[in-house]
Design a protein around this ligand. Structure first.
Ligand SMILES: NC(=O)C1=CN([C@@H]2O[C@H](COP(=O)(O)OP(=O)(O)OC[C@H]3O[C@@H](n4cnc5c(N)ncnc54)[C@H](O)[C@@H]3O)[C@@H](O)[C@H]2O)C=CC1
Ligand SMILES: O=C(O)[C@H]1O[C@H](OP(=O)(O)OP(=O)(O)OC[C@H]2O[C@@H](n3ccc(=O)[nH]c3=O)[C@H](O)[C@@H]2O)[C@H](O)[C@@H](O)[C@@H]1O
Length: 480
């Protein structure tokens, strides 16, 4: 029986390994982590992450050929294939701070593999890492090898949160990079055989190591670039009276461009887009390519601009101040169908509003108060470390209330900001909301999910990203 061990039981390690266990009943899969609470949650009825369909997959295999354990060393020692899916945060200090990937967790995992291994192993990079990381890992493993043969593969993950199980069941492609040696090719084949149990052969792509590593960074950069492109257009739409949804549709019907990933928004969030682009920028700079670095930097700059543009719209529309005003924030997660708040645009928007002294009442169906308070008080990039190593959050912010109901959040509010596109927000009774709000009542839709015309009929003043402006907003300076 092939034994797989995955180091890191997070958003990637957990779902990916659960699907491998489901699709390959003859493979034993153990997911290990240094975080005991996380492993306990994986072994309980309340999994540590919310992901549609995940519960069913885990229930079917857990205890059969899927196990979660804190006994990292034992399971690594026994495995034939070791996936490493640990955090690769942005460095916060030292060389490359604010850009380069911090490979501390990766390196310590590699050293541990070298320490405990007694048999040959295929070591798979599942985390997103800088190009050439495999070379560093290879050095750590071979310098401590005790005659053991290691093959390093790069097998980046392309799942998106909220659709992880769907993406894993039916991936556009599985990318496996390895050394161009007979041993390297054999290792690629061994991993391809695992995926081959449910992924069609033609979707399993084999490349060299560096192409696989770089393809992951490139794919995220391209995806984020589409969003920044459409968000840049959204600003121009507002200035000219064009409608960004119509522009996106018209542009996306060109088969060379395609319709996906062209929704204007308050900005992209999530644990990876910004981190991976910063990493790409750093790699370009290190390779003496400042023009290429600056090109990709712009994707992040437009994203930051979009978030601050949104805050400015809110403040300037409400008589240039939100001081002391109650603002309801609907949605805090970085997208719908996840409880994940890492790099969510809601953090920057809320901080911007708090900077103007607003009182916030936040509701998200999947995010609790503790998480929101932590997010609003934590330093940039600190979130991307294993939970038990993150600094304790300081005292909570008094101006921020977190409630479990959209109607409660909006009661007596002066304005409502929609920051996540949860389906339930589309079905809210906006007449009821309007009736219980201060007047004039404002809605700022950062996700373009409400029917602005209907809301205007009720009496709201509505701002929707990239849409022709409400008469009220036209008369207000956008960047006061
Ligand atoms: N979240 C996502 O949707 C995607 C993430 N990725 C990449 O996958 C990697 C992991 O991301 P997530 O799963 O989101 O992170 P995560 O933070 O949810 O999980 C990482 C886990 O690794 C554990 N860990 C860290 N060091 C360890 C060690 N030495 N030994 C054992 N466990 C250790 C942590 O305790 C944590 O539970 C990152 O490189 C990320 O860029 C790639 C594709 C999608
Ligand atoms: O490496 C990763 O971590 C993953 O990053 C993204 O997945 P994810 O961040 O989970 O979610 P996306 O659906 O890509 O959304 C990212 C952000 O962009 C925003 N977005 C997305 C699409 C769009 O048209 N407009 C838009 O603003 C979302 O609301 C969200 O805040 C990629 O889609 C995955 O392929 C990749 O594996």
């Amino acid at each position: 029986m092939v034994k797989i061990c995955c180091i890191g039981a997070g958003y990637v390690g957990g779902p990916t390994m659960a699907v491998i266990a489901l699709k390959c009943p003859s493979v034993e899969v153990v997911v290990v982590d240094i975080s005991a609470p996380r492993i306990a949650a994986w072994n309980s009825d309340h999994l540590p992450i919310y992901e549609p369909g995940l519960d069913d997959v885990v229930k079917e295999c857990r205890g059969r050929n899927l196990f979660f354990s804190t006994d990292v060393e034992k399971h690594v020692a026994e495995a034939d294939i070791v996936f490493v899916s640990v955090n690769t945060p942005t460095k916060t200090r030292g060389l490359g701070a604010g850009k380069a990937a911090d490979l501390t967790y990766w390196e310590s995992a590699a050293r541990m593999i070298a320490d405990v291994s007694k048999s040959d192993k295929i070591v798979v990079e599942k985390s997103t890492v800088p190009v050439k990381t495999a070379e560093a890992i290879e050095k750590i493993l071979t310098h401590n090898s005790k005659g053991i043969n290691y093959q390093i593969l790069s097998n980046p993950e392309f799942l998106a949160e909220g659709t992880a199980i769907k993406d894993l069941f039916n991936p556009d492609r599985v990318l496996i990079g390895g050394r161009e040696t007979p041993e390297g090719q054999k290792a690629i084949q061994a991993l391809a055989d695992v995926y081959g149990q449910w992924v069609p052969k033609e979707r399993i792509l084999a490349t060299n190591l560096w192409s696989a590593e770089l393809s992951k960074l490139a794919a995220n950069a391209f995806l984020a670039q589409r969003i920044s492109s459409v968000n840049a257009m959204s600003a121009l739409c507002e200035a000219t009276g064009a409608d960004v949804s119509q522009v996106s549709y018209a542009v996306g019907t060109d088969t060379r461009i395609g319709p996906k990933f062209l929704n204007a928004s308050v900005g992209f969030g999530g644990s990876c887009f910004q981190k991976d682009i910063l990493n790409l920028v750093y790699i370009c700079e290190c390779n003496g390519l400042p023009e290429v670095a600056n090109y990709w930097k712009q994707v992040i700059q437009i994203n930051d601009y979009q978030k601050s543009r949104f805050v400015n719209r809110v403040v300037s529309s409400m008589f240039n101040t939100v001081s002391g005003k109650k603002i309801a924030v609907l949605g805090f997660a970085f997208k719908k169908d996840t409880g994940d708040t890492r790099e969510t645009p809601a953090i920057d928007v809320c901080k911007g509003l708090l900077g103007d002294n607003a009182r916030l009442s936040i509701y998200d169906p999947q995010v609790n108060e503790d998480q929101i308070q932590r997010d609003l008080t934590m330093k940039k990039f600190d979130w991307d470390h294993p939970t038990h190593l993150q600094p304790m959050s300081p005292t909570s912010l008094k101006q921020v209330g977190v409630v479990w109901d959209a109607y409660e959040a909006t009661k007596d509010a002066h304005g409502v900001c929609i920051l996540t596109e949860w389906d339930e927000f589309k079905g809210l009774d906006f007449q009821k909301i309007y009736d219980h709000m201060q007047k004039p009542a404002f809605i700022f839709d950062g996700r373009n999910i409400v029917n602005a015309e209907k809301l205007r009929e009720i009496g709201f003043i509505v701002y929707s990203i990239g849409k022709p402006l409400d008469k009220w907003l036209k008369d207000m300076p956008a960047f006061a």
